[in-house]
Design a protein around this ligand. Sequence first.
Ligand code: 4AD
Ligand code: MG
Length: 431
Amino acid sequence: MEYTSIQEAMDKGSGKVALRGWVHRERGSNKLKFVILRDSTNKIQCVIDKEAVGEENFSAADKLQIEASLQVFGTIKKEDRAPTGYEVHVTHFDVIGECDKFPIRSDQNREFLDDNRHLTLRTQRMASILKIRSTYFQVREEFFQKKGFFRFDPPILQPSQCEGGSTLFEVKYYNDKTYLSQSWQLYAEAAVYALENIYDAAPTFRAEKSKTSRHLSEFWMVEVECAWKDLHAISELAKEELKYCIKGVLERHEEDLKSLGQDVAKLKKMVSAEWPTIKYRDVLRILKEKKGLDVPFGKDLRTIEEEKVMEEFDTPVVVTHYPVEVMAFYKPRDPEHPDEALCFDMLAPEGYGEIVGGSQRSMDIEDMKKRLEAEGEDCANYEWYFDLRRYGGVPHSGYGVGAERVIAWICKLDSIKDAIPFPRTMLRWKP
Ligand code: 4AD
Ligand code: MG
C-alpha cells in the first residue's frame, strides 16, 4: 500500500491508509494507546488497540516516546472527539526510529533551545514559521515572474564594501583577502544594463556589533534593481511587493499565523490600506511635535526614534530624503535639496523597524569619489562601478528587503533569530 501524507489521508476521510511520521503525544493503558502522529502536513490521532494489533506489536507501543518515528497502517474514520477530527484505527505499526527522552520541552530557556536548534526546528511553532518563510519566498518569486523581471544571481565573495567597511566579514582568499556580500547592489547595477528589471534572494553578511532582536550576521536579503525607475516608482514597487507577499502568506497560512499569536484580521486590513510616504523632515517634525524628541537634521534615525514615530501609524511607512551626510556613497543628492538623498527606508509598525532600504543610484562619479574617500576607501577599487556611468548610463534605482525582518513582523516574533532556521549573530554561530 502507498503511503500518503496525513492531510491526504484526512482529505480521503475513510478506508485504508498508510502513514509515516513522528509521535507528537502518546497516552493510554496496557490495552489501548492513543498516539498523535504528526508529519509536515498535519496531525492525526492513531488508536492502537491490543486486540487489533496483537500482543507482540502492542508491546512496542508500550515503549513509544514522543518524537519516535513510525509507519502506521490502519483505517481512517471521522471522529469529532479526536483533536483534528479524524482517527486511524491501527492494524499494524512499525517503529522506524526510537526516541529516548526527547530533550526539548516548552519551558526551557532561549539559550538551551538555541543550542539545540537542530531539535527545536521540529516544534510546531518553528514548523509554522518555516512554512510561512517558504511561502514568502515562493510568492515573491511569483510576483516578479508575473511582472516579467529576470532573476539575477550576484557573487557572494566581493572585493569591496557597499554598505560601510565596519560590518564587512573578511575572508582569506588564497594568498589574498576578499569579503562576504553585504548587498548585491553594485553587481545588480551592472546587470540592469542587460536585463533592465531584476530581483534575487541571496545570503547576506554583516558583522553587526549590536546584539538586538533585529540584527543577524547572516540573513537573506531579497533585492530589486530597475533601469529607468526613479525614487517614487521604486518605493511604490516595494509597497506593491510587500503587500503581494503578505497577501499570499495570509491566503495559505491563516492557521499558522493564528497559532503564532498574529491578529489575522488586522494584517488583512493592513494589506488593503494605503501605506503612506513621508519625508525624513516630516519624521523630525512628528518626533518634535508629538513625542517631544528634538532630533537635529543630519542624524540617522535610531531604533528608538523609528519606534516612536511608528506609534503614529498602523501600516508600514516609506520615509524618503534622509540626510546625504549619513547615507551610503551611492545615494544621490536631490538636485532641489542637495543635503537630502533620493533614498527611502520602509518602516514596519509595532516596533519591527526598518524592513526595506533603497534609493535611486548616483550618476555623479566625482561626488561618489569624494564620499568614498571620506569613508577611507580606495576609489580605484570602484573604477568598474564608475564605468557603469561612463558607458550608456541610465537613471536606475533599487532596494533590499530584509527577509527575516519581514518574516519576524508577519509572524509577530519576539526575535529575528526565529525567522531563520539556524541563526548567526555576534554571539551565536552554532550548531
Ligand atoms: O538598508 P540596507 O543596508 O540596504 C542595502 O544594503 C542596499 N544596498 C539595498 C539595495 O538598495 N539593494 O539593507 C536592506 C535591508 C534593511 O532594510 C533590513 O531590512 C535588512 O536589509 N538588514 C538586515 N536584516 C537582518 N540583519 C541585519 N544585520 C540587517 N541589515 C540589514
Ligand atoms: Mg538601511
